[in-house]
Design a protein. Structure first.
Length: 266
């Protein structure tokens, strides 16, 4: 077998949650290029339709489903529908996520719970829905989109960091509990990526200068740039393919080196 064949996703069905745009869209598009049948969901029909049109522009015939990943019965119904319409799910990417940037002492418990619900409980719900079928078929790939905040904290992102830290351990626990069924569960930890989610951190200042946080991240990153969604596609294909069959419970940080770097002396 040619080594490149190990990275093929031909014949696989991949579900990427929250993939109408952003990181999820880029990962799903790469999976289609690698041969997978792509299915995705988003919270409303407008977003799903937007996503379908974007996939079509790339020549990808994806299937889109309206589903709030925090709603367990809706997720179960979506997974069953996907099985009937596209085939059983071989690859799951828990990508859907939100962030609320609020100082912890000003954040309500409800706001905190909402972030935990989408960023941690939902990956549990969706993984729980797909694992039985993966066990039945003797193989499966689960990829949780973690974050640098699985390792580090910063002001105003207490709920997000708690969720992404928990998602790192959920990843390790799925590996521990289901690795024996030939299910590999790994995480991708993106660094700072230019998507709508981080747009507020990159907004030019009224005087036209770069956002202070933008300057901070570029200075803190050895690659001296923000990541792009394309930077994540190769690692995502690797973790979804048989090339990573003996990789389990790992978080692959795709961060331009920021986690390894103490930063320049001021
Ligand atoms: P994004 O642009 O905000 O996209 C997130 C997607 O998830 C959106 O389509 C969003 O829909 C969807 N979503 C939110 N809540 C949902 C729910 N309850 N059910 C279904 N879909 C839902 O985010 P992104 O930057 O692409 O990030 C994607 C993932 O990577 C997230 O888990 C994020 O935490 C993680 N991440 C991002 C970065 C970064 O720098 N961008 C770095 C590390 C990790 P709506 O449009 O309705 O919100
Ligand atoms: C923030 C950013 C980060 C990124 C990402 C970093 O406000 O600090 O949104 O949290 O989204 O998670 O890996």
């Amino acid at each position: 077998m040619n080594i490149l064949d190990k990275f093929s996703l031909k014949g696989k069905v991949a579900l990427v949650t929250g993939a109408s745009y952003g990181i999820g869209f880029a990962i799903a598009s790469a999976y289609a290029q690698a041969g997978a049948t792509v299915v995705f969901n988003d919270v409303n029909q407008e977003l799903v339709d937007k996503g379908l049109a974007s996939y079509r522009e790339l020549g990808i015939e994806a299937r889109g489903y309206v589903c709030d990943v925090t709603d367990e019965s809706a997720v179960m119904a979506m997974v069953e529908r996907i099985g009937n319409e596209a085939g059983p799910i071989d690859i799951l990417v828990n990508n859907a996520g939100i962030i609320r940037r609020v100082p912890m002492t000003e954040m309500s418990a409800g706001e905190f719970r909402k972030v935990i619900d989408v960023d941690l409980t939902a990956p549990f719900i969706v993984a729980k829905a797909v694992i039985p079928g993966m066990i039945e078929r003797g193989h499966g790939k689960i990829i949780n989109i973690c974050s640098m905040m699985s390792e580090l904290g910063r002001e105003t992102v207490s709920a997000y960091a708690a969720a992404k830290g928990g998602l790192k351990m959920l990843t390790r626990n799925i590996c521990s509990e289901y690795g024996g069924y030939n299910i590999q569960c790994n995480g991708i930890g993106p660094g700072y990526i230019a998507t709508p989610q981080t747009a507020p951190l990159r907004e030019p200042q009224p005087d036209g200068s770069r956002h202070p946080f933008d300057q901070f991240i570029v200075a803190k990153t050895p690659a001296a740039r923000w990541g792009t969604v394309e930077d994540l596609t190769g690692p995502a294909v690797f973790l979804a393919s048989e090339a990573s069959d003996f990789v389990n419970g790992q978080i692959l940080y795709v961060d331009g080196g920021i986690l390894a770097y103490i930063g320049k002396q001021p």
